[in-house]
Design a binder for this molecule. Structure first.
Ligand code: C2E
Ligand code: CA
Ligand code: CA
Length: 577
């Protein structure tokens, strides 16, 4: 059980003008409570006002010089906040009891004093009544882990703060990610055992540093504990408990921390922030800690602003679709093969906003569906505009978020827009990120199969950033692999990254899947990839993403290049004859 009695002491004020009485009562009560003293009514009122938030009870003598107990009760009654603090009156006269009860006293203790146990019991009862029985009624413990239940935890946390407003505390959310998979893989019993071990680890932490904890959801724990400077040791403690039942690579503990110095924001909100920090680790593998700090707060405020402005932005067409060319480098001359549609937000006040600042945010609350539909439509219309202008079709690929995939109408919608723009499905490509495949593979495979049956081509985006095995590639329905930028960044002749890229290219060749390298910035990278038989290149080396008007120039140039090539070929052909 978590250490409670030693740390979570309520405060009681003892008011009596006689030194002996104060000392006597104090000695009894100090066993279980923090005790404050006042030796007359005036001092009592001052103490009550000063400690209004932390006082659980006042023991008030009636007969005192200067300001007596009745007067103090009267003053307390005038203040709605003070009125809530229970007062137990100390008196030897029967008549005083009735009068003080009428004035709002919660109870009375008659002098001479009873047995200490009786006094303690009555003090406790009055406090319990004052606290609305909240703590006592809530089921205290979670049956599985023996940590607190969430209700009890929150109530306890509130009371703790009230009594210790100056303690620097950390609000922590710990989450075992992919717990459901663990359950499926090893069975529920092991799952339960994991949760119990985590709870054990948490208790061990509290042995060094006070804290309370509950199991919030199935696999999520909330901790409220004295501030500490580092957290890796906390994760290590918990991991150590799990190592006996799980392989180390199966242990994925995420931890979000909110450090609260001043108790400025409500207790619950601190855990919202800790949870946010925790969730920010969602796509990280292994165990990790995230602290909710000022930077994160700013980011969150920025995010909130973007969410607020979304509808207006759609309405006012602040979102612009840019196009980045992809060049086929299998021949001597690079040829423009297609382009990728990439969204930009030109915000009237915040200026140019990069998609990685808002796409993940919009993915979280589903807005990305609306945005993507907008992009998909713009892209389809652009294909048509180019065809009308140049008489040729340049295929475009659009990004499909993992959120889009769960939308049952997605395929219908895409079919509709390509029909409206009289485009062949073969010229409309869909980029789906690798991690979407690993997240819900069967669903995605079904949808992708259906799309391919309809003639669409699917490119697996960011390949290598996720954790799909190369083996998975043999069963996945895809038409091209887009190598993640991260690989290309660091390739150099003969280095590890290059070897990795070569390996992937070899496998892709074996599977007859063309490979697109993304993020190619230099001539050297291009040459290396060309030698390794990479098919298509996308990157700043050729061009940044461009608004359609500027992209026109690339198409025009490509038309020229192709014309020249054809002429040369014809020449060659004629020479041969
Ligand atoms: P992504 O799908 O991997 O897109 C490629 C990103 O790489 C683009 O970033 C592109 O501008 C950038 N890039 C291309 N060549 C180079 C290069 O040579 N060097 C470097 N450093 N970067 C290069 P962008 O446009 O900022 O988009 C970021 C991400 O936002 C995209 O990554 C994609 O995941 C997402 N995104 C963009 N537009 C959309 C959209 O319309 N819908 C959805 N769902 N996601 C989108
Ligand atoms: Ca992409
Ligand atoms: Ca990509």
């Amino acid at each position: 059980m978590i250490r409670r009695d030693t740390e979570f002491k309520r405060t009681v004020l003892v008011v009596d003008d006689e030194d002996v009485n104060r000392a006597l009562l104090g000695a009894i009560i100090e066993q279980k409570y923090n005790v404050l003293y006042a030796k007359n009514g005036k001092e009592a009122l001052e103490q009550i006002k000063q400690n209004a938030d932390s006082l659980s009870l006042v023991l008030l003598d009636i007969l005192m010089p200067e300001m007596d107990g009745y007067e103090v009760l009267g003053e307390i009654n005038k203040d709605s906040k003070l009125k809530k603090i229970p007062v137990v009156v100390l008196t030897s006269e029967k008549s005083a009891e009735v009068k003080s009860l009428e004035l709002g006293a919660a109870d009375f203790l008659s002098k001479p004093y009873n047995l200490p146990e009786v006094i303690l019991a009555r003090v406790q009862r009055s406090i319990q009544l004052f606290e609305g029985n909240k703590i006592i009624q809530a089921t205290e413990n979670d049956a599985l882990t023996n940590l607190y239940t969430p209700e009890f935890f929150f109530e306890y946390g509130h009371q703790y703060d009230k009594r210790h407003p100056s303690h620097e505390m950390d609000s922590i959310v710990i989450d075992f990610s992919r717990f459901h998979i663990l359950n499926e893989l090893h069975g529920r019993e092991t799952g339960d055992e994991v949760l119990i071990k985590i709870a054990d680890g948490i208790r061990e932490i509290f042995n060094e540093n006070f804290g309370i904890a509950c199991r919030h959801d199935a696999d999520t724990f909330y901790l409220y504990t004295k501030h500490r400077a580092e957290y890796t040791s906390v994760i290590e403690k918990i991991t150590a408990k799990l190592i006996s039942i799980l392989k180390s690579q199966e242990i994925r503990i995420r931890m979000g921390v909110y450090f609260d110095k001043t108790h400025e924001i409500p207790f619950e909100s601190r855990f919202d922030r800790a949870l946010q920090a925790c969730n920010s680790l969602r796509n990280k593998h292994g165990s990790a800690v995230a602290i909710y700090d000022e930077e994160r707060h700013q980011k969150e405020m920025f995010g909130a602003r973007l969410l607020e402005d979304f509808d207006t932005a759609i309405h006012e067409k602040q979102f612009k679709v840019y196009f980045q060319p992809k060049y086929n480098i299998t021949g001597d001359t690079p040829l423009l093969s297609s382009s990728e549609a990439l969204i930009r937000w030109i915000h009237p006040e915040l200026g140019f906003i990069r998609p990685d600042l808002f796409i993940p945010l919009f993915e979280e609350n589903g807005l990305v569906q609306k945005l993507d539909r907008y992009v998909w439509k713009e892209a389809a219309e652009q294909i048509k505009k180019w065809r009308d202008k140049y008489g040729i079709t340049k295929p475009v690929s659009v990004n499909v978020s993992r959120v889009d995939i769960s939308d049952p109408d997605m395929t219908d919608y895409i079919c509709k827009i390509i029909e409206e723009n009289e485009i062949s499905s073969h010229d409309y490509l869909l980029e789906i990120t690798e991690s979407a495949y690993t997240d819900n593979s069967q669903q995605i495979i079904d949808i992708v199969n259906n799309l391919r049956d309809k003639g669409f081509r699917i490119e697996m985006d960011d390949f290598g950033s996720g954790y799909s095995s190369l083996n998975m590639l043999t069963t996945l329905p895809i038409d091209a692999l887009k190598l993640d930028k991260g690989f290309i960044n660091n390739i150099a002749h003969g280095n590890k990254e290059m070897r990795m890229v070569e390996l992937i290219l070899e496998i892709a060749e074996f599977l007859k899947v063309p490979v697109i390298a993304e993020g190619v910035e230099t001539r050297e990278q291009l040459e290396l990839l060309k030698v390794a038989k990479c098919d298509v290149i996308q990157g700043y080396y050729f061009s940044k993403p461009l608004p359609p008007e500027e992209f026109n120039a690339l198409i025009e140039k490509d038309i020229e290049v192709r014309k020249e090539l054809k002429a040369k070929e014809k020449e060659k052909e004629q020479k041969r004859r």
